[in-house]
Design a protein around this ligand. Structure first.
Ligand code: ADP
Ligand code: MG
Length: 229
């Protein structure tokens, strides 16, 4: 599903955010990406949805060479991905239903298809009763559920979440992570960048650790901190 080979990313200001990353993620996996602030987690995720292009190396997502993708093809790549951020990025002037419908109208879905897909996504995240609410009327946890529902309406094969619980309290964070786990069980590959050591330790999933743009650990059923043996 994801193959990175000798990937370097250098930003315009000369910062090397990734240094020779080699990494694969299989279809159906759930993996955490951990590491301190500035270690390159967001840059790694941005490569996958082509927000950033590598300076060197190859990035393949869903069998497509993302590194050399034409700009015109990027929207098609993103339609197959679900992307979730720390700050939710919901449209403040639109209610929940409209936030989801907007994403679907952009791709030309029929009204009937829009109703069905939104209904399914809201049911999955448990927000059917909130479809008329505006973002500011919802709690942080509800807003993140809404953002996850929006990420799901296109039925993505890969869900990418960058610090999705960074603004949430521990109980709500755990609920959101359980939701991402369910989405994984239903078949999507899920990648989550996080600082939340308690959640990582509790979930016992694959842990990919970056440090200054280097891959320093890749462990199945890992913990947030490497356990010294
Ligand atoms: P993380 O998500 O782990 O905090 P990032 O991928 O955001 O790490 O950042 C990795 C490095 O790249 C940091 O040194 C950061 O300052 C730098 N960086 C991130 N985004 C940009 C950008 N758009 N322009 C220049 N440097 C950036
Ligand atoms: Mg980041």
């Amino acid at each position: 599903m994801i193959h990175l080979t000798d990937v370097f990313v250098e930003y315009d200001n000369g910062v090397r955010a990734l240094n020779g990353l080699n990494l694969s993620v299989d279809k159906g996996e759930f993996a955490f990406v951990v590491g301190s602030t500035g270690s390159g987690k967001s840059t790694f995720l941005r490569l996958l949805y082509r927000e950033v292009a590598p300076s060197e190396g190859s990035v393949v997502v869903n069998g497509e060479d993302v590194a050399n993708m034409k700009p015109a093809d990027v929207p098609y790549l993103r339609r197959k991905l679900g992307i979730v951020f720390q700050d939710f990025k919901l449209l403040p002037q639109k209610n929940l239903w409209e936030n989801l419908a907007f994403a679907l109208r952009v791709i030309g879905a029929s009204p009937r298809d829009i109703r069905r897909r939104i209904g399914d996504a809201l049911a999955l995240v448990g927000l059917t009763h909130r479809c008329d609410s505006f973002p500011h009327q919802m709690s942080g946890g509800e807003q993140q559920r809404a953002a996850i529902a929006r990420a799901l309406v296109n039925n993505p094969t890969l869900l990418i979440a960058d610090e999705p619980t960074g603004n949430l309290d521990p109980d709500t964070s755990w609920e959101i992570m359980q939701l991402l786990d369910q989405i994984n069980i239903r078949g999507a590959t899920v990648l989550v960048a996080t600082h939340d050591s308690q959640i990582v330790d509790r979930m016992k999933k694959r842990v990919i650790q970056l440090d200054s743009g280097y891959l320093i650990r890749d462990e199945n059923k890992g913990t947030y901190q490497q356990i010294e043996s």
